[in-house]
Design a protein around this ligand. Sequence first.
Ligand SMILES: Cc1cc2nc3c(=O)[nH]c(=O)nc-3n(C[C@H](O)[C@H](O)[C@H](O)COP(=O)(O)OP(=O)(O)OC[C@H]3O[C@@H](n4cnc5c(N)ncnc54)[C@H](O)[C@@H]3O)c2cc1C
Length: 296
Amino acid sequence: MRVTVTGAGIIGLSSAYRLAEAGHDVTVVAAAPPPESTSAVAGGVVYPPIRVPDERIVRWTAASLAVFRAQDAPGVRFRRGRVLGDPDPWWLPAVEDPARAGDGVAFTTAVVDPPVYLDWLLARVGELGVRLEYRSLTSLSGLSADVVVNAAGLGAGALAGDPGMVPVGGQVVHVTDPGLPEFVVDGRGPGVTYVIPHGRHVVCGGTEEPGRGDTDPNPAVAADILRRCRELEPRLADARVLRSRVGLRPFRRAVRLERVGDVVHCYGHGGAGITLAWGCAADVAALVDQPGGVLA
Ligand SMILES: Cc1cc2nc3c(=O)[nH]c(=O)nc-3n(C[C@H](O)[C@H](O)[C@H](O)COP(=O)(O)OP(=O)(O)OC[C@H]3O[C@@H](n4cnc5c(N)ncnc54)[C@H](O)[C@@H]3O)c2cc1C
């Protein structure tokens, strides 16, 4: 089948990969290349920072982890880390070797350096014969395809006529990595503070700014992020600041993954797109093959 996938972030590329692997003739149409996507800004810890329990999230997270394990791709390391603020999070069965850690949990998971991983993934979909076109779409109709996969992140809402999408801005600061062995996400304060080491650099965050429309880093916010992260991880005291980044999370009340006619919608991953990508991509591929749109 000829399938057009909108979007070249983690959701579009992982879907394109699965579809091409299944033998479909796949074209990805994206407004901008992967390094300019929200996906490229993510901290990259694979766990779902989602408050409302959802069985699909546990399944998608576990499925993504299995894929990251099997791929052994550049930019992906399995590390132990801690998420503080809830000693019994509902998503814990999805991650590896969970244990109680004070007022939070410790577990092992994939930590993905998004620009490195997206580069690798882009090369893999190219090898599978996927074509890439860079242009902005205003509609899902008129594409020469048997099935369209709407995976355009924040842009997917407008393409689907769905008013339920909200950008939630997130600013991060990259600093040199002094060799930190684990990630920490601290949700005990009014905002979330996180320290995610990738070897070459550490991603320090963060902010959650619903309705934000721009991606220009704010220097005062960067200073506050650094202060909070150095308090949480004193080994960052002398770490050199490399750059600041802002991304707009494609937030929706719940992820939309369903088939309507010849369109499979897969968007609204909020702060968990890296986490959910491969689990969702498997469901996207199944829906493309099942015209009724109902998963077995
Ligand atoms: C600061 C920050 C930290 C994060 N940390 C994590 C984390 O640790 N773990 C985790 O799992 N997630 C994290 N996330 C969330 C994650 O980045 C997102 O959930 C994920 O990037 C969403 O992927 P996506 O492919 O749906 O969207 P995007 O990456 O935004 O990609 C959308 C694609 O669609 C294209 N597009 C948009 N509109 C159109 C159009 N009209 N026509 C054609 N193409 C279009 C864009 O050009 C782009 O290629 C974080 C996000 C931020 C901002």
